[in-house]
Design a protein around this ligand. Structure first.
Ligand code: ZN
Length: 74
């Protein structure tokens, strides 16, 4: 049995792990890296983490732009 990494909270309809593996009955999902034993997921850990960080940065940037826009309007 393999445990794949999945940062999502709603796993009900998830058919494919983020690493690309199709989930079967013998697959588990966890958002906790200490529980993950899928090699593909571990290999992608860095990329997944950096993608999440990039997304965070984009959101922060967007909010910053919005604040600038609001100030300009006001
Ligand atoms: Zn996996």
């Amino acid at each position: 049995m393999k445990t794949h990494f999945a940062p999502f909270t709603d796993l009900e309809d998830l058919e494919q792990a983020p690493c690309g593996t199709w989930l079967g009955e013998s697959s588990e999902l966890s958002g906790d890296w200490t529980m993950v034993d899928c090699r593909l997921c571990k290999k992608r850990k860095e990329r997944i983490a950096s993608a999440a960080a990039a997304e965070d940065r984009a959101i922060v940037e967007q909010m910053g732009n919005m604040a600038t826009f609001m100030r300009a309007q006001g």
